[in-house]
Design a protein around this ligand. Structure first.
Ligand SMILES: Nc1ccn([C@@H]2O[C@H](COP(=O)(O)OP(=O)(O)OP(=O)(O)O)[C@@H](O)[C@H]2O)c(=O)n1
Ligand SMILES: C[C@](O)(CO)[C@H](O)COP(=O)(O)O
Length: 227
């Protein structure tokens, strides 16, 4: 089954403290965003890549796209102030209503194609599908450096991307979120806000989001492990 993918890439990389968009940082001399783009560029089921970016970085993205010779056209569109706005803008670029759309963080370079196919199947059959992995640490609610409570771990999962949806469902969820002022940290929370079920597929711990400086070293270790 075919799908289109929105890869939000318009962030500032504040937590990375690199002074620039972390997606331009390199892993063994190749920019982080190139690893992510290559996964979808090489997937025959991917019909279209939409990349919400900071329009001030358009020349940099165009140079990378030229340098790394991607097979599929990569559509650069303007991102927004929040990740949710960037995804919303990406959805406006999609006219078809029956197809499947994936939303995948540009900062997650290690997504595996077999999991993408499972997500697309779940979205086609049940409307949605997201990747997650069981939490390994004990999670506590903390306030003013003091524990409020320990959260029961057995039902806690760390959610990742891609997140896959029927396009019509995700467009409706974003529309309702805009109406109500809901700002979620992932697309699934907007679907949950509609009282709808979201299917969870177990992913793997390699699918990290490159967020803070040490993640660059973790990422290069994952590349070495998978060589
Ligand atoms: N307004 C935004 C914010 C984030 N993103 C993208 O959403 C993904 C996940 O966001 P995150 O890891 O938080 O990236 P940043 O927002 O750049 O990081 P920070 O929060 O540390 O600034 C990234 O690929 C980022 O480029 C986006 O397209 N538009
Ligand atoms: C979408 C996400 O990757 C799921 O874990 C996460 O919520 C993104 O959070 P960020 O703060 O925008 O990186």
């Amino acid at each position: 089954m075919f799908y289109e993918v929105i890869i939000p890439a318009a962030g500032r990389g504040t937590r990375m403290k690199a002074g620039k968009n972390k997606l331009f940082l390199t892993l063994f001399d190749i920019p982080l965003i190139v690893y992510t783009l290559r996964v979808f560029d090489g997937d025959p089921a991917c019909r279209r890549i939409i990349l919400p970016i900071n329009i001030n970085e358009k020349a940099e993205f165009e140079r990378l796209i030229e340098e790394y010779s991607f097979q599929k056209p990569i559509e650069l569109i303007s991102g927004g102030a929040e990740r949710q706005d960037s995804v919303y803008n990406g959805l406006q670029a999609i006219e078809k209503q029956e197809a499947i759309v994936l939303v995948h963080d540009g900062a997650r370079p290690f997504i595996q194609r077999n999991l993408i196919a499972e997500l697309v199947k779940a979205a086609a059959e049940r409307g949605s599908g997201i990747l997650a992995v069981p939490v390994k640490d004990t999670i506590k609610k903390v306030k003013d450096n003091s524990v409020l409570e320990t959260v029961e771990r057995s039902s806690l999962w760390a959610v990742q991307t891609p997140q896959a949806f029927r396009i019509s469902l995700l467009k409706e969820a974003h529309r309702k979120a805009r109406e109500s002022g809901l700002l979620g940290t992932d697309e699934a929370s907007l679907i949950e806000n509609m009282g709808l079920e979201v299917s969870v597929i177990e992913g793997n711990y390699d699918n990290i989001k490159i967020t803070t400086p040490e993640d660059i070293f973790f990422a290069e270790a994952i590349i070495r492990k998978n060589k």
